[in-house]
Design a protein around this ligand. Structure first.
Ligand SMILES: *Cc1c(COP(=O)(O)O)cnc(C)c1O
Length: 463
């Protein structure tokens, strides 16, 4: 088997205008290790295997569509992040990317902490035995009931996102007779996405409290006076799918600047800063993500340098990768149903899932790769659009890609890097039954989230 360059497919439709396009130079049977989880290979018959199990067997046992999660890869990524940041920092896995009880147990075993941002995520974390002190609670509009639950459980930190919430959490903690450890989420005026970041004028969004007009300093002033709160630090999260560290650099500099102002005004040096998540992964061969140790070094260098120049003790750093841990560890397996060649345009390949199991393409114009995985093929590449079975023309899974021209109904195709924000954003549109998540490891496959059934749907419909 080989794991070299996999054709990414064109990034934009206009690269391959109607009627003529350039087929990729690489062999469609080759798998790019960047976009597939670590134990994925092809066996001698050309069928894809993960965790030592062949996809046709997995499809037979678990059906399609289904997400297959490479458990040893997930654990290895957790360890890589934990090792890279070491004992002087904390890694919080962002549960919204994908959360289940099995994942919570893996995180505990691999020494990670956990971010939650709703009562449901908190319930999952606690039910699976995550110690409350290792949980951080996020969100721009936590309900009173959610805050009460988090305070009662004793979560390690609540990240405060508004003035109302500062008062609300203080009140609830005081009533419960505790002091809740909190951070204040600030917006540093940086928004980063993929290869770009914009360093000004991005306060126009719902999260956090702006640094720019002194709002964040005022939030700190209030938090420091309230008995129910123990302010442990400042939090900043600048975006998603980021490759360029420059946005983090600006963010860290501005957060450290605020720490210096807090010291000058209040005589306290806050012990922690959280730089959020948002680190990018490879969805196609054109993406070049950084390794956790490079990210850790870059962040700790920036913070250390900025603190030295501000005369501050270096605070404890935390980070919150979600996508970067779980994203690369899973692929979605689909069966091809219909194939429609549109003369002079492209071929539409319909699969048995779609926007109900992967909304990212419709929502953000996300790029994905795709491969024929039930067999190898020597056929010519054909330009395809992989679409779902939903009643929506925007129901696209992979916008532009190449698959072999002998693709046929019944073939299995897989879309890699669907571990993050696919199952967690899945819907029941058209009364679709949300697919299972199957963990595969060392020749064993285990359902960790089962497939929905029609009974599940009908149970909620109480007539
Ligand atoms: C979404 C989010 C994350 C995780 O983002 P990824 O892109 O999955 O790494 C981390 N922290 C906060 C506050 C978030 O909202």
């Amino acid at each position: 088997m080989s794991r070299s360059a996999h054709p990414a497919g064109p990034r934009h439709a206009d690269v391959y205008p109607e009627g003529h396009y350039t087929a990729p130079a690489t062999d469609l049977n080759e798998l790019d290790a960047k976009v597939w989880s670590r134990t994925v290979t092809r066996d001698e018959d050309g069928a894809l295997t993960v965790g030592g199990m062949e996809v046709a067997r997995l499809a037979e046992e678990f059906g399609t569509p289904a997400y297959f999660l490479d458990e040893s890869d997930f654990r290895a990524r957790c360890r890589a992040w934990a090792d890279a940041f070491g004992a002087e920092a904390d890694v919080f896995y962002a549960g919204k990317a994908f959360l289940s009880r099995a994942v919570v147990r893996w995180l505990q075993e691999e020494g990670l902490n956990l971010d939650v941002c709703s009562g449901g995520e908190l319930a999952t974390a606690l039910d699976a035995g995550m110690p409350a002190e290792r949980i951080a609670f996020h969100g721009n509009n936590k309900t009173v009931a959610e805050i009460e639950r988090a305070v009662e459980a004793g979560v390690g930190r609540i990240v405060l996102d508004s003035f109302q919430e500062i008062a609300r959490v203080a009140h609830i903690a005081q009533r419960a007779g505790t002091r809740q450890r909190v951070q204040i989420r600030v917006t540093v005026g940086v928004e980063a996405h993929t290869h770009e970041f914009i360093a000004t004028a991005h306060e126009d969004q719902k999260f956090g409290i702006a640094l720019a007009d002194g709002q964040a300093a005022e939030a700190v002033r209030r938090a420091l006076t309230l008995d129910g709160l123990e302010l442990i630090g400042i939090h900043s999260h600048i975006g998603s799918q980021i490759f360029d560290m420059a946005g983090f650099e600006v963010s860290a500099r501005r957060v450290v600047q605020l720490l210096a102002e807090i010291r000058d005004e209040h005589g306290v040096e806050l012990p922690e800063i959280d730089l959020g998540g948002g680190l990018g992964i490879a969805y196609t061969s054109e993406d070049d993500p950084r390794e956790p140790h490079e990210i850790a070094k870059a962040l700790s260098d920036i913070v250390t340098r900025e603190c030295e120049s501000a005369g501050l003790r270096t605070p404890r750093i935390s980070v919150e990768p979600g996508r970067a841990i779980v994203g690369p560890t899973a692929f979605t397996l689909y069966e091809v149903g219909t194939i429609k060649p549109l003369e002079g345009l492209r071929t539409y390949v319909s699969v048995d899932g779609g926007m109900s199991d992967n909304i990212r393409t419709a929502l953000y114009d996300a790029e994905y790769s795709v491969a024929l995985v039930s067999r190898s093929s020597e056929a010519e590449p054909m330009l395809v659009r992989v679409v779902g079975k939903h009643c929506e023309s925007g129901d696209i899974v992979v916008k532009d890609a190449f698959l072999p021209a002998d693709l046929a109904p019944g073939d299995l195709i897989a879309v890699p890097a669907t571990g993050a924000y696919c199952r967690s954003m899945a819907s029941n549109y058209n009364h679709a039954l949300r697919p299972p998540v199957v963990a595969v490891r060392d020749g064993q496959a285990r359902v960790i989230v089962r497939r929905e059934t029609e009974e599940d749907l009908l149970r909620l419909d109480v007539g």
